[in-house]
Design a protein. Structure first.
Length: 99
C-alpha cells in the first residue's frame, strides 16, 4: 500500500483542527450532500486529488492557506497555517527577523 499524499494528510489535519466532519466540510464546499462525506473521505485517503478550485474552496472553509496543503515540511506547514492570524506588526517583525 502506498503512502498517503501530503495533500490528503494536510486536508485531514486541517479538517480535524476545524472540528468539522467530512460531510460538513464537503457540503460547505458545495459538494452534493449525498456524496459530500464520500468525496472528502476519498481526498483524505489519497484515492482522489481535489482540483485546485475545490482545494481553494476547502482551504477557505478551513481558514488555511492553499500552500499549506502542499507543504511537506511539518514546521513550515505549521508556520503557513498560522501566518494569516498574525497581525500586521507581527508580520513586519517576522520579516525583519528573517532578513
Amino acid at each position: 500500500m502506498s503512502e498517503v499524499s501530503i495533500v490528503a494528510k494536510r486536508l485531514r489535519e486541517a479538517r480535524l483542527r476545524a472540528g468539522l466532519s467530512q460531510k460538513q466540510l464537503g457540503i460547505q464546499a458545495g459538494i452534493d450532500e449525498l456524496s459530500a462525506s464520500a468525496r472528502v473521505n476519498q481526498y483524505e485517503r489519497g484515492k482522489h486529488m481535489p482540483d485546485l478550485q475545490t482545494l481553494t474552496r476547502l482551504a477557505s472553509i478551513l481558514g488555511t492557506p492553499v500552500p499549506y496543503f502542499y507543504c511537506e515540511d511539518a514546521e513550515l506547514a505549521d508556520f503557513i497555517a498560522r501566518f494569516p492570524s498574525l497581525s500586521r506588526a507581527q508580520r513586519r517583525k517576522l520579516s525583519r527577523t528573517i532578513d
